[in-house]
Design a binder for this molecule. Structure first.
Ligand SMILES: [Zn+2]
Ligand SMILES: [Zn+2]
Length: 289
């Protein structure tokens, strides 16, 4: 793969885990976005394609430009195409500044002010918000150079209780109308998205490893000093290998997607680095390139 192709945010990578389809791109300093149409959501939005503009919910981890610049286009494209206003979530600490930026664009473009207050939502660690009827998002703190939050999508999976299973449809309907709980509910951590982060986030939140799909950054690879990662608030691939030896539960997800590789690496260097991960972890890793 040429670097021109590797470094083109207009060419997302298609991923599929079970029935879940994802279109994503992530190169450090350039752009990151992970679009999940089934969730009607995009995690980070450093670049906004037409496809991403059709997703209503935008969950920003932090406001570094490579993660947030697409929000301006997202708002404009949705307005232009007559879609409902989006919902943009981001760390509470960054909300007022993003509103200032969006207002500045309205002024520069001589547009009527939109109701941005109801579009842009600040989030704090520990809170949960609804994504759809059967999905909610839990917010947690992420360690990076600036304020950052991570997101876990929790699905309510329901199954008809055994005692109702052999009953005719009418009897089940009557039971529901009587107010009986006819389903067994189970919560599934379907996907966790961590944006830019040091390894500390996984140390602080090993429960992240319970998610079926886990997006993590690995900006730097063997050959680059881990001090560089520490200086800029990123994760080095060697740190993930060391964490797996120490706390395997933090990396227990069946599907781990590594992303946000530095622009200094080409595709063959990134693929070669995967081989340095220990067996037991390596097989579950997908590289977002
Ligand atoms: Zn970044
Ligand atoms: Zn960043």
């Amino acid at each position: 793969m040429s670097r021109a192709k590797l470094h083109n945010p207009g060419r997302p990578v298609s991923l599929r885990f079970g029935a879940l389809e994802i279109e994503a791109f992530s190169i450090s300093g350039l752009a990151s976005y992970v679009a999940v149409p089934a969730f009607d959501a995009c995690f980070d939005l450093g670049h906004c394609s037409v496809a991403s503009s059709q997703l209503r919910n935008v969950l920003l981890t932090h406001v570094h430009q490579d993660h947030s610049l697409g929000v301006i286009r997202h708002l404009a494209l949705r307005r232009m195409m007559g879609h409902r206003p989006p919902r943009v979530y981001l760390p509470m600490e960054s909300r007022a500044a993003l509103l200032d930026v969006l207002r500045a664009y309205e002024r520069m473009e001589e547009k009527e002010p939109a109701d941005l207050e109801s579009i842009v939502h600040g989030v704090v660690a520990g809170e949960t918000f609804a994504l759809s009827q059967n999905r909610k998002v839990r917010v947690f703190d992420v360690v990076h150079r600036i304020t950052s939050r991570g997101y876990t999508v929790i699905e309510d999976s329901r199954k008809l209780k055994a005692i109702y299973r052999d009953l005719p449809g009418e009897a089940i309907r009557d039971a529901r109308e009587r107010g009986e709980e006819i389903h067994d509910h189970r919560e599934i951590n379907r996907l966790t998205y961590v944006g830019d982060s040091t390894i500390e986030t996984l140390e602080n939140h090993p429960e992240i490893g319970e998610s079926e799909i886990l997006f993590l950054e690995a900006t730097h690879l063997p050959g680059t000093s881990p001090e560089v990662s520490a200086k800029y608030g990123h994760t080095h691939l060697d740190e993930l290998a060391a964490l797996f030896a120490r706390r395997p539960e933090a990396l227990a997800s069946p599907h781990i997607v590594l992303k946000h590789f530095s622009m200094k690496y080409d595709a063959s260097q990134i693929r070669a680095a995967l081989e340095t991960l220990p067996a037991g972890l390596r097989e579950r890793v997908t590289l977002l390139i």
